[in-house]
Write a protein that binds this ligand. Structure first.
Ligand SMILES: *Cc1c(COP(=O)(O)O)cnc(C)c1O
Length: 415
C-alpha cells in the first residue's frame, strides 16, 4: 500500500525464493503459474489464502507468444490483450485486486482512500480501468496536457464515477512532482488517505515476472531450450521483472533492454557511469524516461557493473529506427507493431547473425499498435483496427478538468 519505502527508496525482497521449472503447473494456465511463482512472497500475509483468487481475477486475459511464419526462430510475447491494450494492465489489475481485499478487512487503512497517479500515457488508463467502481477507492489521474496520444487521452478520461482525470498544463515531470508534493505534505495527508499505484510499487512488479515465467516455461518444456528476451524499456519495471524471474530459477537465457533516444541505461552499461538526465520526447513516449527508477533495484541485485553487464545488455533506438522498423516489420509479416515494440524488433534485427541463430529469441510487445494510430497508420498506409475492448472505451464520452501545475490547484480538486 505504501509504494515507496519510508526512507524514500524502493522496496526489494530480502531474498528471492527459488522456484524450479519442474515445480510449476501447466504453462498454458497464466493465473496458476502466477499463483505458484508468487506464493512465497505472500507467506504470512492476510492475502495468502486469497492469492489464487487474486491471480484468477486480475490475470484473466491471455499473454500469448505469437510465432511468426517468416521468422520461425522468433516469438513475440503479446502483452496487449488486457482492457487498456498495454502491459500495464497486468500490474494495475493485480495491485487493484490486492488493495481491494486489504481495504475490505480495514487492516492498514480505512476507506475512502485516494489513489494519486501521474501518467505519461498508459499507466493512468490501466490504473483507472482496474479501480473503476471499486468501493471505498477514488482514483485521481494526472496527465500532461497535449503530451499523450488522442486514444491514450480518451482512455484516461472516459471513466467517470470514482475516477477523476486532470490534464496538467505542463509535462509528465510536473505531474509526478505534484503527486510527490501531496504525499510529502502532512496537511494534505492529514485530510486525505493517499495511496500510490505507480510503476515502482512491488505489487505491480511481481505479477509482471509471471508472464516471463509462463512464456519461458512453455518454450523450455516444448523445446528444451531457454528463450532470450528483448524488452522495450523506459522506467525498467518490465525488464526488471524478467531479471527477477530468471533469478528465481526460470529458464531464461539473455535479457536485452531496448530503449528509445533516452539512453541513460545503455550509456551506463557502456561507461559504468550512472548519469540520469531530463527526458527527451520520442515516438515511443511511454519510454521517455531519463532517470529510470528501477535501476536502483537492478544495482542492488548486481552491485558490480561488470556483473551487471553479464546479466543484461542494452541498446538505444532513435525515432528514425522506430519508423523504419514499423514499416519493415509490416512488410515482412503484415503485422502492425507499436513504436515501443518496434525498439525491440530493431534490436533483434541488429543482432549479429551468429547471435540471432545461436539462441531462441522472444521480442516483447508492450502495447497494441492501435493505441498509437497517429504514428503507425501513416507508416503502413492503412488503418489499424483497435481491439474490441479498446474500441468500446473509445465510444464512451470523455470528461476531464484542466489545472495549472501547482499544488493548490490539485488540492482544490481533491475536496
Ligand atoms: C510503460 C511502457 C513501457 C516501458 O515500460 P517500463 O516498465 O517503464 O520500462 C514500454 N512500452 C509501453 C507501451 C509502455 O506503456
Amino acid at each position: 500500500m505504501a509504494g515507496t519505502a519510508p526512507d524514500g527508496g524502493l522496496f526489494v525482497p530480502e531474498t528471492l525464493p527459488a522456484r524450479s521449472p519442474g515445480s510449476f503447473p501447466d504453462a498454458a494456465d497464466f493465473s496458476a503459474v502466477a499463483a505458484h511463482l508468487l506464493a512465497p512472497f505472500f507467506t504470512g500475509s492476510s492475502l495468502a489464502v486469497e492469492l489464487d483468487a487474486i491471480c484468477r481475477e486480475a490475470l484473466d486475459f491471455p499473454v500469448p507468444v505469437r510465432c511468426l511464419e517468416t521468422d520461425p526462430a522468433l516469438g513475440v510475447l503479446e502483452l496487449f490483450h488486457g482492457p487498456t491494450a498495454a502491459f500495464k494492465d497486468v500490474g494495475a489489475r493485480f495491485l487493484a485486486a490486492c488493495m481491494r481485499r486489504i481495504l475490505a478487512c480495514g487492516q492498514l487503512m480505512r476507506p475512502p482512500v485516494t489513489i494519486l497517479v501521474a501518467t505519461s500515457g498508459d499507466t493512468g488508463g490501466a490504473v483507472a480501468a482496474a479501480f473503476h467502481r471499486q468501493p471505498g477507492i477514488r482514483v485521481v489521474v494526472l496527465f500532461p496536457e497535449g503530451r499523450v496520444s488522442a486514444r491514450q487521452q480518451h482512455q484516461l478520461t472516459c471513466w467517470g464515477d470514482n475516477i477523476l482525470s486532470l490534464a496538467v498544463r505542463g509535462e509528465f515531470d510536473d505531474c509526478q512532482r505534484l503527486v510527490k508534493a501531496c504525499f510529502a505534505d502532512p496537511e494534505i495527508t492529514g485530510i486525505h488517505q493517499l495511496c500510490s499505484a505507480n510503476s515502482i510499487n512491488v505489487g505491480r512488479l511481481l505479477p509482471q515476472a509471471a508472464y516471463y515465467a509462463r512464456a519461458s516455461l512453455e518454450h523450455f518444456r516444448r523445446t528444451g531450450r531457454k528463450p532470450s528476451f528483448i524488452i522495450p524499456t523506459g522506467n525498467l519495471g518490465n525488464g526488471f521483472a524478467c531479471v527477477w524471474a530468471r533469478r528465481m530459477g526460470l529458464p531464461i537465457g539473455r535479457i536485452l533492454l531496448a530503449t528509445n533516444a533516452n539512453t541513460t541505461i545503455p550509456d551506463f552499461l557502456a561507461t559504468g557511469s550512472w548519469l540520469p538526465r531530463t527526458s527527451v520526447p520520442t515516438l515511443a513516449s511511454a519510454m521517455d524516461v531519463g532517470d529510470p527508477s528501477n535501476m536502483e533495484r537492478l544495482r542492488k541485485l548486481y552491485p558490480e557493473t561488470s556483473q551487471l553487464r553479464d546479466e543484461v545488455g542494452a541498446a538505444a533506438v532513435d525515432d528514425s529506427g522506430i519508423r523504419s522498423t514499423i514499416a519493415d516489420e509490416y512488410a515482412r509479416h503484415q503485422l502492425p507493431w507499436c513504436p515501443h515494440t518496434a525498439t525491440a524488433f530493431h534490436l533483434y534485427r541488429q543482432l549479429p547473425e551468429s547471435e540471432r541463430r545461436g539462441q531462441d529469441w522472444i521480442v516483447v510487445a508492450t502495447a497494441h499498435a492501435a493505441k498509437f494510430d497517429e504514428i503507425v497508420e501513416p507508416l503502413l498506409g492503412c488503418t489499424v483496427e483497435p481491439p474490441a475492448e479498446l474500441a468500446a472505451l473509445l465510444d464512451l464520452p470523455a470528461s476531464f478538468r484542466t489545472i495549472s501545475p501547482d499544488i493548490q490547484a490539485l488540492v482544490a480538486c481533491l475536496d
